[in-house]
Design a protein around this ligand. Structure first.
Ligand code: PLP
Ligand code: COI
Length: 336
């Protein structure tokens, strides 16, 4: 298979190897790499009926020296276990999680996009409740699997700004599962996402489900804004996904001399921002040109150009991920 690394989007590509382990009778089996990309599970699996599943997303970066980096994979492991606890699934031990990710990357080495192509290897760990349970109870068997594929930009624009629209729908409830990376949140976002794309927006922006007056996040990434005073602000809410990229940017913004805070972001205070963006593993930093609200189309920096602070944060984050600039302690895990 020859891949044009530069023209990749964010689509499934079957790579040769994935990791799979089963949990049965109270413990995880060792697990193994397999070439079988089809899951064989009971028709009554709770993952299928009641959404008892959670997942993660992280990337491997091809370094300039030919090696491969993972970025903060320990945080993905912790978040998977928080999601698992919320949905009554067994935790995956951190060592097993990290070893599985590393072994899948190594086994699919030829699919790690080379340095300089702008593409990365996207890794998808997945934990599902399986077995013969048809009542609304936790499953008694589970599968943990990790597969991967090379990807390019998630939003079509990549580092070019795109526009978003505020949604009337909610992706999560105030005390629901918004902070867990579980499939149900994404199922809830499919219709709003399609409606937004049908109107030529990249995706929608969800508001807080209680008052519909504050920005929560994008369907697949967190939101941030840069104020006139060079402050980095990102929404604080119990119903958004705690983005590892967002917490990394909070740290890096401070390092770059900015004030960086999590705070409520009221929709009627968008004027405070001179730049805005969406951030996440798949989205990296995707600049937001403008947001369509009920009343107006609000442009931040520009619909066509990236703001200087967004660019600076992007350069810092991506350089660290590829190993071109020194990383804060513990952020980089070398696969090889
Ligand atoms: N918010 C949602 C809903 C997401 O799906 C993601 C992607 O994982 C993010 C935020 C960003 O999180 P992270 O930076 O950990 O990838
Ligand atoms: C990620 O950024 O890893 C995501 O999970 C976002 C989306 C592809 C669901």
């Amino acid at each position: 298979m020859t891949i044009d690394w530069n023209s990749l989007g964010f689509e499934y590509i079957k790579t040769p190897w994935r990791f799979l382990a089963k949990w049965k009778n109270g413990s995880w089996e060792e697990g193994t790499l397999t070439e079988d990309s089809t899951l064989h599970i009971s028709e009554s699996s709770p993952a299928l009926h009641y959404g008892q599943q959670c997942f993660e997303g992280l990337k491997a970066y091809g370094r300039k020296d030919g090696g491969i980096n993972l970025f903060r994979v320990d945080e993905n492991s912790k978040r998977l276990n928080r999601s698992a606890n919320r949905l009554r699934m067994p935790e995956v031990p951190q060592e097993m999680f990290i070893d599985a990710v590393k072994s899948v990357v190594k086994a699919n080495r030829e699919f790690v996009p080379p340095y300089g192509t702008g593409a990365t290897l996207y890794i998808r760990p997945l934990l599902i409740g399986v077995g013969d349970t048809i009542g609304v109870h936790p499953a008694d068997e589970f599968i943990f699997t990790v597969f991967c594929m090379p990807v390019g930009p998630y939003f079509k624009g990549g580092m070019a700004p795109t526009n978003f629209i505020v949604s009337d729908y909610d992706r999560a409830a105030p005390n629901g599962t918004g902070a867990a990376k579980v499939g149900g949140n994404y199922a809830a976002s499919l219709l709003p996402g399609e409606e937004a794309q049908g109107k030529n927006f990249s995706d929608c922006i969800y508001l807080d489900p209680e008052t519909h007056s504050k920005i929560e996040e994008v369907g697949s990434a967190n939101f941030f804004g840069i104020t006139k005073d060079n402050e980095f602000i990102t929404p604080k809410s119990p119903s958004i996904l705690p983005s590892i990229t967002k917490y990394s940017l909070l740290h890096l913004a401070e390092k770059l001399g900015m004030k960086a805070v999590e705070a409520e972001v009221h929709l009627d205070e968008l004027d405070q921002f001179v730049e805005a963006g969406a951030c996440g593993t798949a989205a990296v930093i995707s600049p937001i040109g403008g947001i369509q609200t009920k009343d107006e189309f609000h442009v931040f920096y520009s619909e066509t150009e990236v703001g200087p602070v967004t660019k600076k944060l992007y350069d810092e984050l991506v350089s660290i991920q590829y190993g071109d600039r020194p990383a804060p302690e513990g952020w980089i895990f070398e696969v090889e």
